[in-house]
Write a protein that binds this ligand. Structure first.
Ligand SMILES: [Zn+2]
Length: 708
């Protein structure tokens, strides 16, 4: 897993917005993190965790001791598990991460339902969480209100009469709903408050392209019959929604809305630009908008957006700002009003009458995502609460499942990892002395946060009322937006949590320079705060070190210690790194899961290097943590053995053939078995398991890859 410049909006993940919801419901388990980590997030959302608890030891009962560790270490470590667990119906693959996700979801569901069922002090987070849920679940009340909740907002759209009033209305849709990786914001532009690319001392407004009802640009501009059919279906969907909103002649209006969206899509930046952050580093002064992007009444727009006094903006996709602004001038106000009406109804579909929610699901769920069964309402409610009150749920979650002792034990491990990194970086062969100084400065400044925030979001000014689903969502959105805007007046806060503690995962922020590991990912068997250090370091420790290494590799080398954009490797460093890495490319090219399909060592190189770094650094850190104490046996295994065993166990995964083939062809991460085989490059593994030249996995010392 990697990141360029991420941060979060767990907010958008659940205030009921359609993409986050539908993606989550469609089973895109990595959505939350991918939202944070974007296009390069790939399929490995990093740290893996949790199946059966086995406090105090590696999961030795899930091994297969009939296999020789030197012949098939992955099979030796996981044979018992692989032989007894089946891929559940509806899954193409299954691993400990999936199990952990299910476990955390159950816990969150129970906490929320308990809060809804038991009376709490008014104003407490339990009251807010419980009442948000109860109001969302009150389908009868929602049905009885019909479209009334939208009446005022629809009237505001209806009152648009000219360019200035249109611009002013569009400004109200600039809410804090995107993050460093959003491809398509919910409204024409998305807002992200984060430090500047060059100036780390203050937050600026980052502006995003957006406003498409379908996932991305290609859906509008691709001329294939498949996409053409999809657009026709979308147009029908728009007309059905407009009819719900009481709009006359919905069919021809839907055609015009689709036409407007297609023009917006044409203005989007090419997809290829999304992976090049330098192309997104476009500083615009407030005065530039009228010159570079004529059309919109920018005074009216920024005033109603609440950022009228901002002078500095970072425009990620200038073509979209220019293109959409021109459309404000050239498209009729009536078309814009229909477009806004359609998106307004869509935005709140989950808490409007059932017919609308059904229509929404039939297009986004069934047609676009292939999901036949609509989710249970409680799933939607829980997702919405995780967005609207994410840290309130996190506070309830960690209060029950992640005590301060767990946090301090994981923090101690991080401290050992950082010490180990310091030594490793200092002795890297491919990095020049000057570059090492920069790397060490970046390491010293790196903020690594564990479990949950030290300071929770204060929701006391957010009113949540048991009988008002619509009002709750509106107020929560306004609360989060206002909180976002406040950051413009505050110094950059590198410890602003971009992920909710109850979500199993981690986020690397390159800008600012910080990494976050949630409480829900720090669970057994991945991390057991009461358990065996060797297993914790081999599993969670190696995962954390993998992530930290990205701050110093070819991904992180374009961000400095303060998260400012700019490469700090020299050309010579880069060349030497490339030479050292080539051996790993060759090694992984030799792995062939099928007779006709081998791994592509180049495609998976960055992640394989991070796996190697993670394993080596975690091993160093484990040694440090032992402070010279004699090794102990647990389950018949030495500490050295348990360390490597836990590493191999974190990669176990069941996949059907097509899922495995797909991963080999397109993923930047190796299949689990080969990630586990990273041990072949580590001398300590040979010693721990007495691996000899006769063993199948044996590599001669000179063939072991030593990049880190
Ligand atoms: Zn990675």
């Amino acid at each position: 897993m990697q990141s360029r410049n991420a941060t979060s909006t767990a907010a958008s993940a659940a205030s009921g917005r359609r993409w986050p919801l539908h993606r989550a419901l469609a089973g895109t388990s990595t959505f939350l993190l991918c939202a944070l980590l974007g296009a390069i997030c790939g399929s490995s959302v990093l740290l893996i965790a949790g199946t059966r608890l086995d406090p105090g030891s590696a999961n030795t009962f899930e091994m297969d001791r009939s296999i020789k560790p030197g012949d098939d270490f992955y099979g030796y470590a996981n044979g018992g598990w692989l032989g007894t667990v089946a891929i559940p119906a509806g899954y193409a693959s299954y691993d400990t991460r999936a199990m952990l996700k299910e476990k955390s979801s159950r816990r969150v569901r129970d906490l929320i339902q308990e809060a809804a069922a038991s009376p709490s002090v008014n104003g407490s987070i339990a009251q807010k969480v419980g009442d948000y849920y109860a109001s969302f679940m009150d389908a009868d009340a929602i049905e009885a209100r019909g479209m009334t909740p939208l009446r005022d907002e629809l009237a505001r759209v209806s009152a648009i009469s000219n360019k200035t009033s249109l611009s002013a209305y569009l400004g109200t849709t600039l809410t804090g709903e995107v993050d460093g990786f959003t491809a398509n914001a919910d409204h024409i532009f998305g807002l992200w408050i984060n430090q500047g690319f060059e100036d780390a001392s203050r937050n600026v407004v980052h502006l995003w392209q957006g406003g498409l009802g379908m996932p991305e640009r290609g859906y509008y501009v691709d001329s294939s019959p498949k996409m053409a059919a999809l657009r026709a279906h979308y147009q029908t969907h728009i007309s059905v929604v407009l009819k719900f909103a009481g709009i006359a002649d919905p069919e021809s209006r839907a055609a015009r809305v689709l036409s407007l969206e297609s023009r917006i899509a044409q203005a989007f930046a090419p997809d290829a630009d999304a992976t090049d952050v330098f192309k997104q580093d476009n500083s615009w002064k407030r005065g530039d908008f009228a010159i570079k992007a004529p059309g919109m009444d920018w005074d009216a727009y920024f005033k109603s957006a609440g950022v009228a006094d901002q002078l500095d903006f970072t425009v990620w996709q200038p073509s979209a700002v220019t293109g959409v602004s021109a459309l404000v001038e050239t498209e009729s106000a009536d078309t814009w009003k229909d477009y806004l009406t359609f998106h307004l109804v869509e935005h709140y579909a989950a808490i409007l009458p059932k017919a609308i929610a059904n229509e929404d699901f039939s297009f986004y769920g069934t047609f676009l995502s292939g999901v036949q069964q609509a989710p249970e309402r409680k799933q939607l409610a829980i997702a919405a609460i995780n967005g609207a009150l994410g840290q309130a749920v996190g506070e309830l979650y960690t209060g029950r499942y992640f005590p301060p002792e767990a946090k301090s034990r994981a923090q101690a491990m991080v401290s050992d990892l950082i010490s180990a990194f310091r030594t490793r970086i200092s002795s890297l062969e491919w990095m020049s002395p000057d570059t090492k100084q920069k790397a060490l400065a970046k390491l010293a400044a790196l903020e690594v946060d564990i479990g949950y925030p030290d300071r929770w979001i204060d929701y006391s000014t957010l009113d949540i009322v048991r009988s008002d689903a619509f009002g709750n969502m509106r107020r929560a959105e306004a609360f989060l937006h206002a909180r976002n805007l406040t950051k413009l007046k505050q110094p950059v806060d590198p410890i602003e949590w971009p992920i909710n503690p109850q979500v199993p995962g981690a986020v690397i922020m390159f800008s600012p320079n910080a990494e976050f590991f949630s409480a829900a990912i720090l669970q057994p068997p991945y991390f057991d705060w009461k358990g065996d250090a060797a297993s914790n370091y081999g599993s969670a420790g190696a995962g954390m070190a993998h992530e930290i290494s990205h701050s110093f590799d070819e991904l992180g080398n374009i961000y400095d210690a303060h998260g400012r954009l700019g490469s700090w490797w020299t050309a010579e460093d880069r060349a030497k790194y490339g030479v050292a890495a080539q051996k790993l490319v060759t090694q992984f090219n030799g792995y062939c899961p099928f007779a006709d399909l081998c791994l592509n060592g180049k495609q998976i190189l960055t992640e394989n290097i991070a796996d190697l770094a993670g394993l080596l650094v975690a091993h160093d850190a484990w040694i440090l943590s032992q402070k010279g104490k004699p090794d102990t046996l647990i389950g018949g295994q030495t500490g050295e053995q348990r360390f490597f065993l836990a590493f191999a166990q974190r990669w176990r995964k069941l996949q059907n053939e097509s899922a495995l083939r797909e991963q080999v062809k397109s993923d930047t991460h190796s299949p689990g078995e080969y990630r586990s085989d990273t041990v072949r490059n580590v001398d300590a593994w040979y010693k721990a398991y007495q691996i000899a030249p006769i063993d199948r996995l044996y590599l001669k010392p000179e063939d072991r890859v030593r990049i880190w």
